[in-house]
Design a protein around this ligand. Structure first.
Ligand code: ZN
Length: 125
């Protein structure tokens, strides 16, 4: 898709809406590979020069998301990518798979999720 100010606004709006649905703090969004390369290296480590290959990349440690608008063919894929990346933010322990895909579908369907809480490592009786 071609990035223009209208589309940028649309994307940021969707990110805002789904972030609130998923109870995650709104991530910083990068929309071009140039922005990925310009971002501080320590933030994008591991998926910097390879980011262009993907529809989206979540840099979980830094609350940073790359949406590869140029590679994304249509609006449906765009929405799917936004939700996919935000599901990573909300369920940081979850790998890709059936459960992950189900959560993406539910997210797209408007489902809301309470905030993520790390399980306490301290057991008490
Ligand atoms: Zn993913």
């Amino acid at each position: 898709m071609k990035l223009d100010p209208d589309l940028t606004l649309q994307i940021l709006e969707k990110v805002g809406i789904y972030s609130s649905h998923f109870s995650v703090s709104e991530p910083q969004i990068l929309l071009t590979t140039k922005e990925v390369l310009d971002a501080p290296k320590e933030k994008t480590e591991g998926r910097r020069t390879s980011a262009y290959k993907y529809y989206g990349v979540s840099y979980l440690q830094h609350n940073l998301v790359f949406i590869n608008v140029r590679k994304i063919p249509d609006e449906k894929t765009l929405e799917n990518t936004i939700v996919h990346e935000l599901i990573h933010m909300r369920f940081p322990y979850l790998a890709h798979g059936k459960r992950f895909n189900k959560l993406v579908r539910q997210g797209l369907g408007g489902k809301t999720f309470p905030p993520y809480r790390k399980r306490s490592k301290i057991a008490s009786i």
